[in-house]
Design a protein around this ligand. Structure first.
Ligand SMILES: [Zn+2]
Length: 391
């Protein structure tokens, strides 16, 4: 007798739950999130018109740090920030003083976030629901605080998996990545070429989202993360021509449930670090195959260098062959090609790097290479510019 009533009740509960739960859309391929940090004046002057022309969405992470209050040549005014909001762009929180979020500073996180929220309220800008970790420093202990402050999505950099200097990263994997620790797929650097940009956005597939991090376009105050306006135009043109869907971070709510969180927010980070360690091991093995120049790689920058050497050697022999067909050159070339193919560790490295399946190897790498030493950054950069010239 009771059964039909119970069934109806169950059905009612199910229906109500169905109405309450937001219907999520499947994550399309080529979904890109654009984010711009540090309230730089060029965000309003240069970035805004370009994004508007293409109808792209974006999130601007606002801080009153650096010389924001005094230096209106290099930083936006709150009126300009308000204008970005009125244009339909998202205004996100990047703390009042651009404070690194570490165990030591956790006690100040609330007031830092609330100060920007208050400035937004003064200017009729809705309370930010997105957060950008300043300087890309992270600690999982910040998660409950940010959640309590109404933050639904928070973006970090490509570290700790990758050293900060390269600006490399991973696409966001909803379910595996915590929504309050979303990695940047790329963090634009002054020497970024269209190929660097393409590599970052090509990760936007199979349920993964490429969240990109930019600073000023140009950025006179932070030259190490500067992007040239012509380059930026090229990047945005590429997204447009290739029909990428370009949105703000908050718009991910259409595709991702921020309440769905992994049990261990750092598990995915450790898995990726393991993949990178595997790639390094592979490169080391490949290097021993070159009897003319046995060597050990200690940084991935050296792998790039080796790849560049291989490809330059192949190119030189190819040229020699066209000038003077010669069996000895031909067999040398075949040998080189075979070795280059095996030692095509950068390609291999790339696939491991982006594999969704991944110890502390990167931190070991980082400490060995000295990620904070300007020397390493310079060396890697020099290596990379050489390879881009070669390709
Ligand atoms: Zn910043």
């Amino acid at each position: 007798m009771f059964r039909p009533i119970v069934c109806s009740l169950v059905l009612l509960v199910v229906i109500c739950a169905g109405i309450d739960a937001p219907a999520l859309e499947p994550i399309p391929d080529q979904l890109v999130v654009l984010t711009f940090d540090d309230s730089v004046a060029s965000h309003h002057a240069v970035v805004r018109p370009i994004l508007k022309r293409y109808g792209f969405g974006a999130t601007f992470f606002i801080t009153e740090g650096f010389s924001f209050r005094m230096n209106k040549q290099d930083y936006m005014t709150w009126e300009q920030i308000k204008e970005l909001h009125e244009d339909g762009f998202e205004i996100g929180n990047h703390t009042r003083d651009h404070m690194s979020v570490t165990t030591r500073t956790l006690g100040q996180l609330r007031e830092q976030v609330k100060a920007i929220n208050a400035r937004c309220a003064e200017h009729g800008i809705p309370k930010p629901v997105s957060f950008g970790y300043p300087g890309n420093a992270i600690t999982p202990e910040a998660i409950p605080i940010l959640k309590d402050l109404g933050i639904r999505l928070a973006r970090r950099g490509g570290a700790p998996e990758h050293p900060y200097e390269w600006g490399r990263g991973f696409a966001y994997e909803p379910g595996a990545d915590h929504p309050l620790l979303i990695p940047s797929a790329g963090d634009a650097r002054p020497d970024w070429t269209l190929d660097d940009f393409k590599r970052a956005v090509s990760e936007a597939r199979a349920g993964r989202i490429a969240v990109l991090q930019f600073h000023g376009v140009p950025d006179r105050e932070h030259p190490w993360v500067h992007t040239r306006p012509e380059r930026f135009e090229e990047f945005m043109g590429y997204l447009h021509t290739n029909s990428f869907k370009v949105i703000a971070l908050r718009d991910l709510a259409r595709y991702v449930d921020p309440e769905q969180v992994p049990e261990n927010p750092l598990a995915i980070v450790e898995k990726r670090e393991g993949n990178l360690a595997g790639a390094l091991e592979h490169a080391q093995k490949a290097a021993t195959l070159n009897p003319t120049e046995p060597r050990n790689f200690t940084t991935i920058g050296e792998i790039y260098e080796a790849q560049s050497e291989f490809s330059k050697a192949v190119e030189a022999y190819s040229t020699a062959l066209t000038l003077e067909p010669n069996e000895a050159i031909e067999s040398k070339l075949d040998d080189l090609r075979a070795r280059a193919a095996f030692a095509a560790m950068p390609q291999e490295y790339r696939s491991i790097e982006t594999s969704p399946t991944v110890t502390r190897a990167t931190s070991r790498l980082t400490s060995r290479g000295g990620s904070t030493s300007p020397g390493m950054g310079g060396r890697v950069q020099a290596t990379r510019s050489r390879s881009s010239v070669g390709s």
